[in-house]
Design a protein. Structure first.
Length: 145
């Protein structure tokens, strides 16, 4: 995979005097529908109470696809394919970043009180993770043992 395959996805924003509403519909071949994201949503989780300026992430996935949204506050997403790094600053709840498999990800510089929503294409599976950057690099270069 390449960091060029990661992309910003603009989500619907329905404005009203009482406040805004944004929704996300999963897609993918599994459910036969076309949604906002290219996969069916199997898991949802969120990061919160991250101290201001802190870093999270620091792993890669073999097959998992994700969409990250800053539903409150801001943070920077750094994606790495083993050759190139790309940074995304997230601070709007109606923009998400699609992350395909085989990209190393780090979340940096959380603002105080921020919330990062993550939609995932599969249930949790520890075997899908690269926890060490060296292991990820070997796999990304086709050198995995």
């Amino acid at each position: 995979m390449s960091v060029e395959q990661a992309r910003v996805i603009e989500l619907p924003k329905i404005g009203a005097p009482q406040g805004n509403l944004t929704f996300i519909e999963g897609g993918g071949e599994e459910n036969g529908s076309v949604g906002h994201i290219p996969f069916a949503i199997k898991r949802v989780y969120y990061l919160y109470d991250v101290p201001g300026g802190e870093t999270r992430g620091g792993h890669g996935h073999k097959t998992l696809e994700q969409l990250l949204v800053a539903v409150s506050g801001s943070f920077t997403l750094v994606l790495d394919d083993g050759r190139e790094r790309r940074r995304f600053f997230l601070n709007r709840s109606y923009y998400g970043i699609y992350i395909p498999p085989m990209l190393w990800r780090e979340l940096e510089d959380f603002s105080t009180g921020s919330v990062c929503l993550v939609l995932a294409s599969a249930h949790y599976d520890e075997d899908d993770y690269y926890r060490r950057y060296d292991d990820f690099l070997r796999a990304a270069r086709g050198e995995e043992r």
